[in-house]
Design a protein. Structure first.
Length: 266
């Protein structure tokens, strides 16, 4: 099997995503190098990476470790995640694409192992993917339990009925809330303390976030609105109307800026 260095694989990702299997070989290589540099890290790396045959199993371990409050709970949530992965292999490919997106968009990352082990936003997103699978199987009580545990343990609350694409990056992640029926497109980056949800007095549809959008820290996206592809929402902004493709919205309430670059009036 061909092996890929983290640097080489990141370069490939700039043009096209690689498979979960290719990514896993790079993660294992990073783990083996880290173990050689610091043997005291060995127990953690063995349990988290080297004991596992593939990325899905390692992700299941991370979900169990982060959400479980006892050894029995941790084992149960890991088994549940593996069950979901067996039934829906696309969840593992989504986990792979999410991890690759971090490598592309986070300048602090030099490999795939650190975000897999340490980024709670990544784990929270994969736990949501399992809860969403459960929701679609009509196992709603268990799905909501996973949401609650993720909120308690990781400070990220994503309703199981939401819809989220792949290559999504929850950056820092603390305080992110994604409400029921919200839609988030592919390649979206969401920073800490972002809220995506309905207005209290408005029972209509939840927000829809387009592809490659950026939601900066503290932003609130409220109501039956659409944030367009490649749009940007400024830090602390409150958005309650549509933002066209390619535009930036800033302020409270948010106003449109930089729409001229997208060929639209501000």
């Amino acid at each position: 099997m061909m092996l890929f260095s983290a640097q080489g694989l990141t370069s490939m990702i700039q043009n096209a995503m690689v498979t979960a299997g290719q990514l896993w070989q790079s993660v294992r290589g990073e783990a083996e190098s880290a173990l050689a540099r610091d043997p005291l890290f060995g127990g953690t790396l063995t349990r988290a990476i080297l004991d596992h045959a593939d990325l899905g199993s390692a992700v299941a371990h991370q979900i169990g470790e982060r959400l479980g409050r006892s050894a029995a709970d941790r084992a149960q949530f890991a088994r549940l995640t593996r069950e979901a992965h067996r039934a829906a292999p696309d969840l593992v490919e989504a986990a792979s694409r999410d991890l690759q997106s971090i490598a592309v968009h986070d300048p602090a990352v030099t490999g795939f192992l650190p975000p897999l082990l340490n980024y709670k936003g990544y784990v929270a997103l994969q736990a949501w993917r399992v809860s969403n699978w459960l929701w679609r199987q009509d196992r709603t009580d268990l799905a909501l339990l996973l949401q609650s545990l993720s909120s308690d343990s990781l400070q990220v609350s994503i309703h199981p009925s939401a819809s989220i694409g792949t290559s999504v990056f929850l950056d820092h992640a603390t305080g992110i809330i994604v409400g029921a029926n919200a839609v988030v497109g592919d390649e979206v980056t969401i920073l800490q303390n972002v809220t995506i949800g309905r207005k209290q007095a408005m029972p209509g549809r939840a927000p829809r976030i387009g592809r490659v959008a950026l939601l900066s820290s503290g932003a609130s996206i409220l109501g039956d609105i659409r944030i367009g592809d490649f749009a940007k929402i400024g830090a602390g902004s409150v958005v309650d109307r549509d933002v066209p493709d390619g535009c930036t919205a800033v302020g409270v309430p948010a106003r449109l800026v930089n729409c001229a670059e997208a060929g639209l009036p501000a």
